[in-house]
Design a protein. Structure first.
Length: 593
C-alpha cells in the first residue's frame, strides 16, 4: 500500500507572474455568433497551449471566455501577453468584424499558493481586477509588475496613475504596456456611439380622418413633434423619412414586435388628427413596441399657423407630457423589476431620469443603473461619463461625506470615458470641475471646458461648467453668457433646474443680485430640494439688501433641506470677490455652522 503524505498534499507557496486574459463582451459574442466564436476560441486556446510549452509558461486554467497563465519572469510574461493579442486576432480573422476576439490582459507579480493544478491567493484576484480594468486590446500592469520591467527595453510603459478597482477600498497604481516600436497606440475596437444606449422613438405621420389638407397637417405635426422630442438628452428620434412608412402598420402586439425587429425602434408615436377650419385637433398615442402596451394618449389642439411657425411653443405642453410618460415608464420598470433583466436602453433612460432627482434613494438608483451599464457595455464611454457626472452632482448637492473621495471617483470614471472616447463631452466637463474645485487648476479647467464645447456644442453641461469657471475667474458677464447658453440648449432636459442655478450663480458674479435671486427662485420652483439654489437665493437677497426676504428664504431652505449644511464651502480657498461677498452674506443671516 502506498503511503499518503499530508505535507505533499498541502498547497505550496511560489512567487510568480500572473497573467489573466479576458475575452471582451463574451456574452454578446456568444449570443450573436455562438458557433463561430466557439471555433475561434478553441483554435486560439490550442495555439496558446503550444506556445506556452515552447516559452516556459504554464496554463493554469482556461474557460470559454478567460485564461489564467503563470510565468517565472516578468519580461517573458509581458512578451507572451503581446503574443496573445496577436493570436486572438489571427484566430478570429475569418470572422466578421463584429465577431472578432478582443482580449483585455492584466499582469501582476505576487506570491501564490499552488497545489499542482490550481493557484490561489490575493494576487490572483488583483490580476483579475487589473484585467477587468484594461481596455479591449490592451495590456495593463500592477506596480509590482511594472517594477520588474525595464522601460524602453522590455516594452513601452505608460503610467496610468492610481485607479479604483472593484472591491478595493484604496486606489491601485496601474500602467499600460505597448510593444517596443509601436508608433500608434493600440486602440479599443470600434464601438457604436453613445446613442445606442438611448431608447429610440419612431414618430409616424398622424392618420387623417379624410384625405386632403388634414393629411398634410398630420405629416407636418409629426415633423414638428420629432424635432421637439429630439432635444431630449436621453432619447434618440428616428428621422421621419425612416418612420413615415410605419403609419399604416398593424398595431397588434405581434405587429409591434415585428416593427421593433425591423426598425430597431423601442417606442412608436402616432395617432389621428382632424382639421376644422384653422384648428388642428389630434390624439397622440405613445406605444411600447416591445410590450405592445399604450403608454399615453395625449390630446392636442393648436392653431395650424402656429404649427408651421419656427417656434414650437404650440407643442410645448404635449411634448412635456409625452416625455414625462416615457420617463415614468422607464423609471417604473427600473424601480420595480431587477435592473439586470431590463434591456440597456430602458436602464439608460431610467438612470438619466433618476440622476436628475434630489430624492437620495432615487439618485442612488441612478448610480446603480449606470454601473450596470458600464459592466454590461465595457466599450461604451457613456456610462462612465454619466457616472463621472453623478459623482460631481453628489458632491455639489452636499451628499458626499468625503468630497475628496467623491471627486476622485468622478475623475476615475471621466478618465475611463475619455480613454474610450477622447471626445466625450460629459467626461471632459466633469474633469474640468474636478481640476478647478479640488486641484485649483483653473486654466486647465477652462481648457477642458472649451474642448468639451468643441466636441459637443449642443451639450448644456459644458456651457454650464464654463460659466462656473468664468465666474471663479471673476468674469461675470462672460459667465452669464455661457450660463444662458446652457439654458437655451436644455429646453427639455430634466436637469434644467441645475442650469437655472448656474444662471443665478453667473448673474451674481456679474453684480446683479436681484437677477440672481429671480433665477434661483425659478430653479426652486422646479426642484425644491436643490440646496445650492436655496443658498444662492439667500445670499443674493442679503447682497441686494432684502434681509427680511432672505430670512424667509432661509426658513424655506431649512424646511426643505433639514439635513443640509447651513452654509456653503468656497470653491477654492478665498475665491473671487463676489464669492467672498456671498459667504459673508450667508454668515450674516445663517451664522457660523
Amino acid at each position: 500500500m502506498s503511503s499518503f503524505s499530508v505535507e505533499a498534499a498541502l498547497p505550496k507557496r511560489q512567487r510568480c507572474v500572473i497573467l489573466l486574459a479576458d475575452l471582451v463582451e463574451s456574452v454578446v459574442l456568444m449570443q450573436q455568433f455562438e458557433n463561430e466564436v466557439i471555433q475561434a476560441w478553441r483554435s486560439f486556446e490550442s495555439q496558446v497551449r503550444q506556445r506556452m510549452r515552447a516559452h516556459a509558461g504554464r496554463v493554469v486554467r482556461t474557460a470559454g471566455d478567460s485564461m489564467l497563465l503563470t510565468f517565472e519572469t516578468a519580461p517573458a510574461a509581458l512578451h507572451q501577453a503581446f503574443a496573445l493579442h496577436e493570436l486572438a486576432a489571427q484566430a478570429s480573422s475569418p470572422l466578421p468584424d463584429a465577431a472578432r476576439l478582443w482580449l483585455r490582459i492584466g499582469l501582476h507579480v505576487a506570491e501564490v499558493l499552488h497545489d499542482g493544478h490550481e493557484i490561489y491567493g490575493a494576487g490572483v484576484n488583483l490580476a483579475a481586477r487589473v484585467s477587468g480594468a484594461a481596455l479591449p486590446g490592451q495590456t495593463w500592469l500592477s506596480i509590482e509588475m511594472r517594477d520588474a520591467l525595464v522601460d524602453d527595453v522590455d516594452a513601452q510603459l505608460v503610467d496610468l496613475g492610481e485607479r479604483y478597482l472593484k472591491h478595493y477600498d484604496q486606489p491601485i497604481r496601474l500602467f499600460r504596456a505597448e510593444p517596443l516600436g509601436t508608433s500608434v497606440e493600440r486602440r479599443p475596437p470600434p464601438h457604436p456611439g453613445d446613442e445606442t444606449l438611448r431608447p429610440i422613438l419612431a414618430v409616424v405621420p398622424l392618420r387623417a380622418s379624410k384625405p386632403g389638407p388634414a393629411d398634410a397637417a398630420g405629416h407636418a405635426l409629426a415633423d414638428a413633434l420629432a424635432g421637439s422630442l429630439a432635444g431630449h438628452p436621453s432619447l434618440r428620434v428616428q428621422s421621419l423619412a425612416s418612420s413615415a412608412r410605419l403609419r399604416d402598420a398593424e398595431c397588434t402586439p405581434a405587429g409591434m414586435r415585428a416593427l421593433e425587429h425591423a426598425t430597431g425602434a423601442h417606442y412608436l408615436l402616432g395617432g389621428r388628427c382632424t382639421l376644422q377650419g384653422k384648428r388642428l385637433h389630434a390624439e397622440l398615442n405613445l406605444l411600447s413596441l416591445r410590450s405592445g402596451e399604450q403608454l399615453a394618449c395625449v390630446p392636442l389642439d393648436c392653431d395650424l399657423a402656429a404649427l408651421f411657425a419656427t417656434s414650437a411653443d404650440a407643442l410645448g405642453g404635449c411634448v412635456t407630457q409625452l416625455l414625462a410618460h416615457l420617463d415614468l415608464h422607464a423609471v417604473r420598470h427600473a424601480c420595480l423589476l431587477p435592473m439586470g433583466s431590463l434591456p440597456s436602453y430602458q436602464v439608460y433612460a431610467a438612470a438619466h431620469s433618476l440622476s436628475g432627482s434630489l430624492v437620495p434613494a432615487e439618485f442612488d438608483r441612478a448610480r446603480a443603473a449606470f454601473e450596470l451599464l458600464a459592466e454590461r457595455h465595457p466599450r461604451q464611454p457613456a456610462p462612465h461619463g454619466m457616472l463621472a457626472r453623478w459623482h460631481v452632482l453628489c458632491v455639489v448637492q452636499g451628499w458626499q461625506v468625503d468630497e475628496t473621495q467623491g471627486m476622485r471617483l468622478a475623475r476615475e470614471h471621466a478618465l475611463r470615458a475619455t480613454e474610450l472616447d477622447p471626445r466625450n463631452a460629459v467626461a471632459l466637463s466633469a474633469l474640468a470641475l474636478q481640476r478647478m474645485r479640488f486641484e485649483h487648476h483653473v486654466d486647465e479647467a477652462r481648457a477642458l471646458n472649451a474642448e468639451a464645447i468643441a466636441c459637443a456644442p449642443q451639450d448644456p453641461w459644458a456651457w454650464a461648467q464654463q460659466a462656473s469657471v468664468l465666474a471663479y475667474l471673476d468674469q461675470g458677464e462672460a459667465a452669464a453668457e455661457s450660463a444662458h447658453e446652457a439654458l437655451r440648449r436644455s429646453p427639455l432636459d430634466p436637469s434644467r433646474y441645475l442650469f437655472e442655478t448656474y444662471v443665478a450663480l453667473a448673474e451674481l458674479a456679474a453684480g446683479r443680485p436681484l437677477e440672481a435671486a429671480s433665477w434661483a427662485r425659478q430653479s426652486l420652483s422646479r426642484q425644491a430640494l436643490h440646496a445650492s439654489a436655496h443658498r444662492l437665493l439667500i445670499g443674493a437677497l442679503v447682497i441686494a439688501g432684502q434681509e427680511t426676504e432672505a430670512q424667509a428664504a432661509l426658513a424655506a431652505y431649512r424646511q426643505h433641506t433639514p439635513t443640509a449644511a447651513s452654509r456653503p464651502t468656497p470653491i477654492t480657498g478665498a475665491g473671487p470677490a463676489w464669492r467672498r461677498q456671498l459667504d459673508d452674506a450667508l454668515t450674516q443671516v445663517v451664522g457660523h455652522p
